[in-house]
Design a protein around this ligand. Structure first.
Ligand SMILES: Cc1cc2nc3c(=O)[nH]c(=O)nc-3n(C[C@H](O)[C@H](O)[C@H](O)COP(=O)(O)OP(=O)(O)OC[C@H]3O[C@@H](n4cnc5c(N)ncnc54)[C@H](O)[C@@H]3O)c2cc1C
Length: 368
């Protein structure tokens, strides 16, 4: 089955459709437990399940294939936001090790991350340094073979359940990346957000870390990592949006008001048409970006920014329209569109807010 109707697009090879169909079936059979109050326990289990099923190796891969990561995210997000979250955080948190780690670091962390035996996290943001990464104040100083890190990170996804963190800190040469084991950090202050997932403030007091890549190259490394994963945020937004459209279609067909189905009113049809068109446009941008990264093998700063901005903004509008079509049911706690309404919001903020994506696109346009 090609639920989303795009596996045959020229951006994909046969293996992509095969993977997406397989994940689709797996998700249908395995994600009943992926919703609920205890996000920590759910995510721990999801990481293990996704590792056992062999899917984590797509985002913890020597040569990441962005189309595969994006398709898996789209399918998982359609079924359960936490499954998408658990999947991608393994990639985001271990991506810098894949890109710049020594053989020893790779050996120490990557296999476990790919099998789901170790949970990864990516710690860049700080209380006073979110969009403005250069404002970071966390520092590292050398002590023998290792480094000691001091500072505070915040909004750290998987904070509190991660086994290791890739942490960015300043040294004389500039921002640098370090791998820090969970036992070195205080992640006891947890953050509760609108669609809860494991998240914490990270306090580092002489936390021992191993340098990752070249000194002073941490910012570039973070951006190279985001170059891979930013496109896939758009894919997650697509998964959410497609689910919202499916729920809206179902409700519009079955709900009778004023003597006819809600779907027979032209105002409803106009909403559905807009929703479907925005999804297709978002999918084209998303998979164009993924294909360019995989096949053309060049940086996709502009393409990824356009995909992320468009698909996440569109998903917000699409999900809002689905809530409207569902009426009271749409805001009832636990209804799929109510969940989507909460889950989609953060996507317009993290990995570069929409305003930051606009700056990136304009900078690329104005570049001589
Ligand atoms: C759910 C979630 C998960 C996250 N996970 C992680 C994680 O795992 N690791 C990590 O390091 N960080 C993570 N973050 C942090 C995230 O990357 C930051 O929230 C993001 O970079 C924005 O930073 P800020 O929250 O400090 O907002 P600020 O930098 O204070 O920006 C506030 C707002 O200002 C606007 N803005 C930004 N720049 C401009 C501009 N140039 N012109 C005009 N307006 C502008 C945007 O609308 C933005 O939302 C996560 C955040 C969320 C919400």
């Amino acid at each position: 089955m090609d639920r989303f109707g795009h596996y045959g697009w020229p951006f994909f090879e046969e293996r992509h459709g095969k993977l997406a169909r397989e994940v689709e079936q797996w998700a249908g059979e395995n994600l009943a437990h992926a919703h609920g109050e205890d996000a920590d326990a759910i995510c721990r289990r999801l990481v293990q399940d996704l590792g056992c099923a062999g899917y984590l190796r797509h985002c913890v891969a020597d040569k990441p294939d962005v189309r595969s990561i994006a398709l898996v995210r789209e399918v998982l997000a359609y079924h359960a936001g936490l499954a998408d979250f658990a999947f991608v955080m393994q990639g985001l948190g271990s991506g810098p090790i894949v890109l710049a780690g020594s053989e020893a670091l790779k050996k120490q962390y990557l296999h476990k991350a790919a099998t789901g035996d170790a949970i990864a996290a990516f710690a860049l943001s700080e209380p006073e340094a979110g969009s403005d990464v250069q404002a970071m104040t966390t520092t590292a100083r050398r002590q023998g073979e290792s480094w000691l890190l001091n500072g505070t990170k915040t909004w750290i996804s998987n904070g509190g359940i991660a086994d290791f963190y890739v942490v960015f800190a300043k040294i004389e040469e500039g921002i640098s990346a370090f791998v820090v084991d969970a036992k070195e950090v205080d992640a006891s202050e947890r953050i509760d957000i609108v669609a809860p997932h494991p998240m914490a403030v990270l306090r580092l007091e002489n936390a021992k870390g191993q340098l990752l890549g070249e000194p002073g190259q941490g910012f570039k490394l973070a951006m190279r990592n985001l170059d891979i994963f930013r496109t896939t945020v758009a894919a997650a937004a697509l998964g959410f949006a497609r689910r919202a459209l499916a729920e809206a279609l179902e409700r519009a067909r079955s709900r009778k008001i004023f003597g006819q189905a809600l779907s027979e009113f032209q105002m409803t049809q106009a909403k559905l048409a807009d929703m479907a068109t925005q999804i297709e446009a978002g999918a084209l941008l998303t998979y164009r970006s993924a294909w360019a990264r995989d096949v053309k093998a060049h940086r996709v700063t502009r393409e990824a920014a356009m995909a992320k901005m468009f698909a996440t903004e569109a998903a917000q509008l699409i999900i809002d329209a689905a809530v409207q079509i569902c009426g009271g049911l749409g805001v009832m706690r636990g209804h799929p569109v109510e969940r989507l309404y909460r889950e989609v919001r953060a996507l317009r903020i993290y990995e570069g807010a929409t305003e930051v994506q606009k700056l990136i696109i304009a900078r690329e346009l104005l570049r001589k």
